[in-house]
Write a protein that binds this ligand. Structure first.
Ligand code: SAM
Length: 227
């Protein structure tokens, strides 16, 4: 497995767009807000002036980055117009419909590229990493926030929650239980920890740092592009 079906993904997000933010906060018990705040702090430490948030969806991460980097230009892109409409309405500075597999930008246009819970849904994970790397300036940064696999005592209860409980709650909240069954499956198939670091390496991004969050339920992967 190296990616997901883009037609299915676009359709699934179009269906849940109106309830995406509320459902996220319920399912993660608000933890997703803390994860995005942490990403905002990391990004602001890099003092970027031009930031691209790929697969921005409803714009939650782009908005957090805007708050932490008030001087920077922030652009949010997504290939699902229904999701992006919420980002525009919520106040993301600039939004643009764009496929992450083929970004409509010049090489090295951005100081920082971020992607939260988006890479996992793309058609080719290695290809997407290469494409995001292409638009980063030498010495700039790529940051990926996504679900990962917890280890140790959390592994079993989390697996039960993810596969059995979460799709039921999400089905009640959105009427789209299938989209959330997909979420559980996609997390199982997605590289985690060292496997993701190896994928970064393969995509031409050596020395990726992995920072597990909440016992490893999610992780921040960040890398500085050679300058
Ligand atoms: C789980 S949402 C994440 C949204 C947002 N980044 C967040 O943190 O809440 C995943 C998003 O990835 C987008 N996406 C998936 N594949 C994409 C691609 N190839 N190009 C652009 N957007 C894509 C979907 O449309 C969806 O809005």
């Amino acid at each position: 497995m190296s990616g997901q079906d883009p037609k299915f993904v676009k359709g699934a997000f179009a269906k849940i767009a109106d309830r995406y933010v509320m459902t996220n906060h319920v399912l993660s018990m608000g933890t997703d807000i803390l994860w995005r705040k942490k990403v905002g702090r990391i990004v602001s430490g890099w003092q970027p002036s031009k930031i691209l948030d790929v697969a921005t969806g409803t714009g939650d991460l782009a908005l957090e980055i805007q708050r932490k980097c008030p001087e920077a230009k922030v652009l949010g892109t997504d290939f699902c117009p229904e999701m992006l409409a919420h980002a525009t309405k919520s106040g993301v500075q600039e939004t643009q419909v764009a496929d992450a597999m083929n970004l409509p930008f010049e090489d090295g246009e951005f100081d920082v590229v971020t992607v939260a819970f988006g890479l996992r849904n793309m058609a080719n994970w290695e290809g997407a990493l290469r494409e995001m790397n292409r638009v980063i300036a030498p010495g700039g940064h790529l940051l990926v926030l996504d679900f990962s696999q917890p280890r140790g005592i959390l592994k079993k209860p989390y697996g039960f929650y993810l596969n059995k409980v979460l799709p039921k709650i999400a089905g009640l909240l959105t009427g789209q239980g299938d989209a959330y069954q997909y979420l559980a499956g996609s997390i199982g198939e997605f590289p985690s920890g060292q496997a993701m670091i190896d994928l970064f390496d393969k995509a031409g991004l050596p020395d990726c740092q992995c920072d597990p969050l909440s016992g490893g339920i999610a992780s921040i992967y960040s890398v500085k592009k050679e300058g």
